[in-house]
Ligand binder design. Structure first.
Ligand code: ADP
Ligand code: MG
Ligand code: MG
Length: 954
């Protein structure tokens, strides 16, 4: 069968359909579908993306075989419209439109009003009895043809568009301000002058033959697939360059025929907040691009009722029809020609997270879609929008307009926060204590700053990426943050922040000045902007709002309820303190997957004894300091157990190298000297002794507990005493003691024996027992590779993918920010492996670890506690390889729940056809389906898509 290169539509039917996006492009498929379902669409035809490929393959030539098809398709359009291309009596005009498989708004070119020449313009003028309209269309066409087809762009950067320049001169000469004020004669002169400009610049005559115009325009639209804008957009959004664009040739309808004509764009629901209302704008007496170009202020769709009740009614029907047909919110373009409505485009509408949730839930409730479908519709990351404090939109826009935008950085903690600038963590605490709202701005943050960070409304750092300390803490605490904001410099001595603004100015801000941080957009704005907590947070965390009067919360809860029914993976939280645990439970945590005990040591009154313990020279001194820490840790653990009310709580024994806890400032050193009765010099010496040149691979993790067993002993005692305390207070408890950085079974044997011995001691002393587990983190490659050995001792594994990524890649995430940045830019890594699990490498080790562990101990409990536990693509991976749970920061729990549900639903959908096949085929040997390479491409694409949509939202 010969290849079908052209698909026609119009007159209530079409050769194509909505399922043919790959061949017809999104636009062509939408037009075909609308024709099929009786929506008024001007007739036309679509040339397939395959022809685009042919065009490029043959050295940018239209295939010969296209010509007869083109003529035939054109004939049908002429028959349907009763007009003829090039017919001077009754000319047919067409648009030549680009359209890729996925929407690339505004990236490629479109030519309108094609078919005009000196003969047909007269026919159009006579037929329409509107010479001004005819000549206006003609001058637009010549300019557009010159631009798109002949490539008449400004010659130098500072030049204006060549046709704009002629137009401006004309308006000036005629003493008018707007295009619409130009009389017919002026438009006629413009056409001549435009053509002369083409001759001058290109040395060719403007083609009068409409067929020649058409062929040239089709080729030009194919070429626009390769323009710089389109290439950049494809790169950003992971769109393959092989796809190509389709070309749709469609009979023109005219919104610029007078006061009974117009053009507009609309969403079938409000894309900002999801309200089920028709939302859009239109312009009277205008063509295509005028609405978007912002030449005149358009009117709201709602005002159409009053002006054109008939059209408003027709549009409302189109809206209902499209929604019930596509079962999703649509974004449409329409034109009204002399009282008659035509729809020129439909596509799935982009929306904010808030709108996405509302639309999905309401459509499911209206039975337009199923609940599972609703769950699949919402991008998990989009749930962030429902959790973050918000700026008042108008006020922010006004501030930016007033030149108050100071800098841009990486949007690490979405949301909005205003506060007074402080540069030190202690100041953040102190200011907060006296009732100030503060933003902590620093070159970078470190674990020592944790309490100050908790006191701050948000943070701003000049250094570091999306996985820097500040970014990690922002996610864990649900704080607003911008990191890697390179325009900032700090003079800590003078307590000043120096900003190189986008406007090129240098501005200095002192401590105490007001700054606003939009962590969703990554924008720093001068001054104070008002914020309010999100409704969801008001209900769940602050408990300051009644859920009954919180519609956004209710939709959020409904969607997540459906997600919970669909998912298999459990979700846990990384939480170190009772208040974080309470928040985690409110967000649906089914346990704590990682309690980092070291964070507790920075709490009130704990760092002193901790430091004493570290500088101790003898076991005796160390035990004395540890005995001061014991009751403090026990209290923290007890609080955690009670907050978690019987849910499993995984507590990791001490992990970071000891020097991280030592003071860096002279005052702190002096104080430590005083507390330990040593000299300042001696303390300095001890600090030097403990320093390591590569701490990430140094004396840390279980190595500490093996060198200093009394530390593990104290922690185990605190855990079990707290467990018994909680039990006595009436709470159920399920402690899981986790030993970090194990790469050899004997390491775990040593620590596990110690933990079990202490447990027995405590249970004997207290006359009570609790069930507990001892397990390990798998976070060095050797641990994964020898998992079958380790699992003989370990009762659970938790993949510590932060360190496992560092140790697998041999890449320290604290030191290699610039490397990562370069690698991502050059596409050497498809995604940041600290954000999304690297399936081929780290993921392969996880699979080996999981398989080995379960071979030695069937049913071994498996989880993940790296930052990846809150990343949707990584959650999907964890589902695929059969983990029991993911653990992430409390504020990412809803995202993990939704991602886990989507993974389960997608798997079920994939298994369905496979199940059918299987039933037919002979029972085959079971093949393991975790093909890492096959999945890899999808991760990259998902991430790319996410990057793209984040940008679109911002
Ligand atoms: P884009 O993909 O950049 O949106 P389009 O192909 O949709 O480009 O065309 C741009 C504008 O031209 C649209 O606003 C559309 O309404 C208008 N337009 C395109 N074809 C026609 C036509 N046949 N009649 C009237 N207006 C048209
Ligand atoms: Mg369009
Ligand atoms: Mg670790």
């Amino acid at each position: 069968m010969p290849q079908k290169r052209i698909f026609s539509f119009g007159g209530g039917k079409a050769e194509g359909s909505k399922d043919m996006k790959e061949t017809l492009g999104g636009k062509g498929a939408g037009l075909a579908e609308m024709s099929n379902i009786g929506i008024p669409v001007p007739p036309g035809f679509t040339i397939t993306t395959d022809v685009c490929t042919e065009y490029y393959r043959s050295g940018k030539k239209l295939p010969r075989a296209l010509e007869p098809d083109l003529r035939a398709a054109l004939k049908r359009v002429e028959a349907l419209t009763g007009k003829g291309l090039g017919d001077p009596e009754n000319p047919l005009l067409v648009s030549v439109r680009s359209g890729a498989r996925v929407s690339m708004p505004g990236m490629m070119d479109t030519v309108l009003n094609l078919g005009l020449n000196d003969a047909t313009v007269a026919g159009l003028a006579a037929r329409s009895q509107n010479p001004r309209f005819a000549w206006d269309s003609y001058r637009r066409f010549v300019a557009m043809f010159g631009d798109v087809v002949l490539g008449m762009k400004p010659e130098r950067k500072e030049d204006r568009d060549p046709f704009e320049e002629v137009l401006e001169a004309k308006k000036h000469a005629r003493g008018v301000k707007y295009d619409s004020e130009l009389p017919v004669e002026a438009l006629q002169e413009l056409v001549a002058e435009f053509k002369a400009e083409i001759r001058r610049r290109k040395g060719i005559d403007f083609p009068d033959d409409p067929m020649e115009q058409l062929r040239a325009a089709i080729a030009a639209v194919f070429r626009s697939w390769e323009n710089d804008r389109a290439i950049a957009y494809r790169k950003m959004n992971g769109i393959p360059s092989e796809w190509g664009t389709a070309v749709t040739v469609q009979s023109m309808v005219f919104g610029n025929m007078g006061d009974d004509s117009g053009t507009g764009v609309a969403f079938t629901r409000n894309p900002a907040n999801g309200t089920n209302e028709f939302y859009g704008e239109f312009l009277v007496n205008a063509q295509g691009e005028d609405v978007v170009a912002g030449i005149r202020t358009p009117q709201k769709i709602k005002e159409m009722e009053a002006r054109w009740p008939d059209i408003a009614e027709q549009l409302e029907q189109v809206r209902a029809r499209l929604e019930s047909h596509y079962r999703d919110m649509q974004d449409i373009e329409f034109t009204i020609e002399r009282g008659k409505l035509y729809v020129l485009q439909t596509r799935t509408g982009k929306r904010t997270g808030l709108a996405a949730v509302r639309i999905a839930v309401e459509m499911a409730e209206a039975k337009l879609i199923g609940k599972d479908e609703a769950v699949l519709r919402v991008d998990p990351e989009a749930l962030n929008h429902l959790l973050r404090p918000v700026f008042d939109g108008d006020r922010k826009a006004a501030a930016v307009k007033a030149g108050k935008l100071l800098a841009r950085g990486l949007p690490a903690g979405p949301g909005a926060a205003s506060g007074r600038l402080v540069f030190f963590a202690e100041d953040a605490e102190a200011w907060r204590a006296r009732g100030e709202t503060v933003l902590l701005a620093r070159h970078e943050t470190s674990p020592e700053d944790i309490r100050g960070m908790a006191a701050a409304e948000g943070f701003l750092t000049a250094f570091g990426g999306m996985t820097s300390h500040a970014a990690l803490v922002a996610r864990q605490m649900g704080k607003v943050a911008i990191v890697g904001c390179e325009a900032l410099r700090f003079d800590y001595h003078a307590r000043k922040m120096i900003v190189s603004t986008p406007a090129g100015a240098e501005r200095t801000f002192s401590e105490g000045e007001w700054i606003s941080v939009d962590g969703t957009a990554g924008e720093v704005v001068e001054g104070q902007l008002e914020t309010r907590p999100s409704e969801v947070v008001e209900v769940l965390v602050e408990r300051s709002r009644d859920p009954k009067s919180a519609p956004v919360y209710q939709q959020f809860a409904k969607l997540l309820g459906w997600a919970d029914q669909a998912r298999r993976l459990k979700v846990r939280a990384n939480a170190d303190q009772p208040d974080q645990a309470t928040t985690a439970v409110a967000f649906g945590a089914q346990g704590i997957g990682l309690c980092r005990t070291e964070h507790m040591f920075f709490g009130e009154g704990k760092i002193g004894p901790m430091r004493e313990m570290i500088v101790a020279e003898t076991e005796e001194d160390r035990r004395r300091a540890l005995s001061k820490l014991l009751p403090l840790q026990r209290e923290d653990f007890r609080g955690l157990f009670i907050a978690m009310a019987g849910r499993p709580v995984t507590i990791r024994t001490l992990d970071p190298p000891l020097h991280e806890f030592l003071p860096h400032d002279e005052a702190g050193i002096a104080e430590l000297a005083r507390a330990t009765g040593k000299t300042v010099e001696w303390i300095h010496g001890r600090i030097e002794e403990l320093a390591e040149s590569n701490p990430m691979l140094g004396h840390r993790g279980c190595r500490l507990g093996i060198s200093y067993p009394e530390i593990t002993e104290m922690q185990a005692r605190a855990i079990f005493e707290a467990a018994v305390d909680a039990l006595e207070a009436g709470a159920k408890v399920e402690p899981e003691v986790m030993i970090p950085l194990v790469g050899e079974k004997k390491e775990l044997d040593h620590q596990a024996a110690l933990v079990r011995r202490v447990a027995d001691e405590v249970f004997a002393e207290r006359g009570k027992k609790v069930r507990y587990l001892v397990g390990t983190m798998i976070e060095v490659p050797r641990g994964a590779l020898t998992a079958s050995e380790i699992a003989r001792t370990a009762e659970f594994f938790s993949f510590g993918t932060n360190d496992l990524t560092q140790t697998t890649f041999g890449l320290s995430r604290d030191d290699t920010g610039p490397v990562l940045k370069t690698y991502l830019e050059k596409d050497i890594y498809p995604v940041d492996p600290f954000v999304s699990v690297d399936r081929d490498g780290v993921g392969a080790l996880m699979k080996i670890g999981a398989a080995g562990g379960r071979a030695a101990r069937p049913g071994l409990k498996l989880g993940i506690c790296g930052e990846h536990g809150g990343d949707p693509a990584s959650v999907a991976f964890c589902h695929e390889i059969g983990l029991d749970y993911v653990s992430c920061s409390p504020y990412r729990l809803p995202i993990a729940r939704l991602a886990a549900a989507q993974a389960a639903l997608k798997e079920a959908a994939k298994d369905k056809p496979r199940a059918k096949e299987k039933a037919k085929a002979k029972p085959a040997r079971r093949v393991h389906v975790n093909g890492a390479a096959a999945r890899h491409g999808r991760t990259a694409k998902t991430a790319a898509r996410r990057r793209g949509s984040a940008r679109a939202r911002a």
